[in-house]
Design a protein around this ligand. Structure first.
Ligand code: ASP
Length: 342
């Protein structure tokens, strides 16, 4: 039996061609994908395509779009060996992270890809990204999928989705996974790093669509004022805050700042997740005096989680767990390979 892959087009640069009349970039009709990428015909695979009715620039991706993607995967899960999602690069790391939490016990590949140059442009990076993403989505070893997780394939590398960050707006290698090794590298062969890939789960897929968006961000900077910190920590709309701190999780030691943090936790039972502003490395609360205070006040250390993963993990946990102390417990657990801790 031929392997089969469902290709889901959401929008983004990859699906653009130059309109001959207007000389502007317009989304192309994915029903004509084989005309744009004739190489796909040479795959011994069944490839079906579903497109968002109105393709979206990924800066407009909303929780409803993540829910739509998770629902498409749920409804087609038993019909395909793997899934490829074509997506704009700007928020691809957020979508990949969100899907990793929404699709619990995933045992098939869900590969996101896109491109920096439209597929209709001669020097496009989109064709290689698309072709190899499809090959990875169909790849099996001993009749079992090699990849059992949500991943991003970009510029010859496969990354764990919830470990990625878009770090380059110009170069073809737009993504990095600063705290976790690549899952595969494409050269003459696709070299899968079996030790880095998630093990297949023991239980059946569970798709959890709800996400709670009542979260805020407090990005620390030298000179930040008390009134700004206070207004963020006391916003009635916010159930949890991601605090982007310095280095290994540090912040100012001024007493007004520490009091604000302590009060928000005590009085509002606010969840504060401490993530580092550094691109690489982890929060280790307690290593220096300022972060020791955070630990004592009940701030949760985010370890080496990316910002994208912190946002989506909080949205997921807040929507599915009522009890704040359990949410705090799960924030410190590795749920989908998003942090380097067991
Ligand atoms: N703005 C586009 C998007 O994220 C850029 C891209 O596709 O790479 O949808």
């Amino acid at each position: 039996m031929k392997s089969s892959v469902l290709l889901i087009y959401t929008g983004g640069t990859i699906g653009m061609i130059m309109d001959a009349g207007t000389h502007t970039l317009v989304p192309f009709d994915f029903d004509h994908l084989y005309k744009q990428v004739p190489e796909l015909k040479r795959f011994d695979l069944n490839i079906d395509i579903q497109s968002f009715e109105t393709p979206v620039d990924s800066s407009n991706m909303a929780i409803e779009d993540w829910q739509r993607l998770a629902t498409i995967i749920k409804e087609n899960y038993h019909l395909y060996d793997g899934f490829v999602i074509l997506h704009g690069t700007d928020t691809m790391a957020f979508t990949a992270s969100a899907l990793s939490f929404m699709l619990k016990n995933l045992s098939k590949p869900v590969i996101l890809t896109g491109s920096q140059l439209p597929i209709g442009v001669i020097r496009t990076d989109g064709k290689e990204n698309l072709i190899t993403a499809i090959e990875i989505a169909a790849a099996k070893k001993n009749d079992k999928p090699i990849v059992n997780e949500v991943a991003i394939y970009f510029e010859y590398k496969l990354y764990r989705g919830n470990r990625t960050h878009k770090y380059n707006a110009e170069h073809f290698d737009a993504f990095k996974s600063p705290n976790y090794p690549v899952l595969a590298e494409a050269g003459i062969n696709i070299d899968y790093k079996l030790n880095a890939l998630l093990e297949p789960p023991n239980n059946a897929l569970e798709v959890r669509l709800n996400m709670d968006r009542q979260i805020g961000v407090l990005k620390l900077f030298p000179g930040i004022t008390q009134s700004i910190v206070h207004s963020i920590l006391h916003s009635p709309m916010v159930n949890a805050i991601i605090m982007e701190s310095f280095g290994s999780g540090n912040g100012p030691s001024e007493s007004w700042f520490l009091n604000e943090i302590e009060q928000a936790i005590k009085e509002r039972d606010l969840i504060i997740l401490n993530v580092t502003q550094c691109n690489q490395g982890a929060v280790t609360q307690g290593r220096y005096a300022p972060s020791k205070y955070f630990l004592e006040a009940g701030v949760i250390g985010g370890y080496d989680i990316t910002f994208e993963s912190a946002v989506t993990k909080l949205m997921y946990l807040l929507a599915h767990i009522n009890n704040k102390s359990d949410i705090k417990k799960y924030l410190q657990k590795n749920l989908r390979g998003e942090i380097s801790i067991n």
